[in-house]
Design a binder for this molecule. Structure first.
Ligand SMILES: NC(=O)c1ccc[n+]([C@@H]2O[C@H](COP(=O)([O-])OP(=O)(O)OC[C@H]3O[C@@H](n4cnc5c(N)ncnc54)[C@H](O)[C@@H]3O)[C@@H](O)[C@H]2O)c1
Length: 337
């Protein structure tokens, strides 16, 4: 059996360009890029020319009809993922899809149901889970369970720069599905769920901070600028998450603080304060692979070696539903320009 998976890329924006394609090229004993499709054909042509690989398809159907392709890698904006996943599994393709996997939990339930007959591997790329810092922290939490005491609360921040985007893919809700709450929230909630086994939720409160909508010739902005989510898990652990597209500095403010009875630990720098109030750092062991490479190696192992996915579709359903409910239950505060 052939070891290399032939891949077709759907959506040829920044993320495919800066992360996915360089990864596939590094992992050339596992993946071969067969071609590109983008709604904007110039983007597909650009990537073909830049990396000197693959064909350009003029429609999604022509990519999906290509029998050479085993796997599609969906990097289009979020609201297109649902239809593109369904079409792909119907055409016998395995699917990797960027976060947020889908906007509506009902759509993910439909995918799960349909895939009972198609039996394809569908994997949502929750890249934060593959970071060294995450792997080291997960082990630390397991090994030090007794020393840490009870988890009391989690405070997370994701204040990031205004996204560079193509065709309003982050700022037009009809394309993005929402603002930083869904974009950054899928990273943070995905990571918290992964570390603490997707705890049941008791109570959600959300505030969305909204500026005036903008609709100019090439720019649409109708998402929240910032969001504050406060929730209580059934085991009484609190989770607070602040996120925005307000960051102007070079470095993003993207971190999580875990508060235990006797310890507090921050991710991703893995500093901790122990029960004697000593400041320490968990040693981050080096790993030769980047998180983006590791997630693709993992998907290759799912298909070729029948490995269990690190994140299942029911885990993704948890993330999607939590974000969906957070929007549904949100209070909107209008802020001035
Ligand atoms: N894991 C991460 O850290 C990370 C980081 C950035 C983006 N992403 C995710 O990757 C995806 C793409 O983000 P990006 O930063 O590349 O956005 P982008 O704005 O740079 O590019 C989006 C591309 O999709 C194309 N497109 C739009 N509609 C399409 C359709 N119906 N079919 C095919 N192509 C279509 C656009 O023309 C554009 O080329 C999003 O889901 C985003 O959340 C993940």
């Amino acid at each position: 059996m052939r070891n290399i998976l032939n891949i077709g890329i759907i959506g040829c924006g920044k993320h495919a360009d800066n992360f996915h394609i360089p990864s596939f090229l590094r992992l050339k004993n596992k993946y071969r890029i067969i071609g590109f499709y983008d709604l904007n054909i110039n983007r597909a042509n650009y990537l073909k020319k830049k990396y000197k690989v693959g064909n350009v398809y003029s429609s999604l159907n022509s990519l999906l009809k290509d029998k050479l392709i085993d796997v599609v890698d969906i990097c289009s904006p979020p609201t297109f993922h649902y239809n593109q996943i369904l079409k792909s599994i119907k055409k016998d393709k395995h699917v990797m899809v960027e976060k947020p996997m889908v906007i509506k939990s009902l759509n993910l339930k439909k995918i799960i149901k349909k895939n009972k007959s198609y039996k394809k591997n569908i994997f949502c790329l929750q890249q934060q889970n593959f970071r060294n810092e995450t792997e080291v922290l997960k082990k630390f939490l397991k090994n030090k369970e007794k020393k840490l005491g009870r988890l009391l609360g989690i405070k997370a921040k994701a204040h990031v720069n205004f996204p560079k985007q193509i065709n309003n893919s982050f700022t037009d809700k009809s394309i993005s599905g929402g603002g930083p709450l869904i974009d950054q929230g899928s990273h943070i909630i995905g990571l918290v769920g992964h570390l603490f086994n997707y705890p049941k939720i008791k109570n959600i409160k959300t505030i969305l901070f909204k500026k005036k909508n903008i609709k100019k010739k090439n720019f649409v902005f109708n998402i929240e600028t910032a969001a504050r989510l406060k929730l209580i898990f059934e085991n009484k652990i609190y989770f607070e998450f602040d996120t925005s597209y307000l960051k102007k500095k070079k470095k993003n403010d993207f971190n999580i603080n875990f508060l235990f009875d006797k310890f507090s630990i921050t991710w991703p720098n893995l500093n901790y304060i122990d029960h004697q109030k000593r400041e320490k750092k968990i040693k981050i062991t080096k790993n030769k692979f980047l998180a983006s490479d590791k997630q693709f190696i993992h998907f290759h192992n799912i298909i070729k070696k029948n490995h269990k996915p690190l994140v299942s579709l029911s885990n993704i359903l948890y993330i999607v539903k939590l974000i969906e409910d957070s929007y549904k239950l949100s209070k909107v505060i209008k802020i001035n320009e």
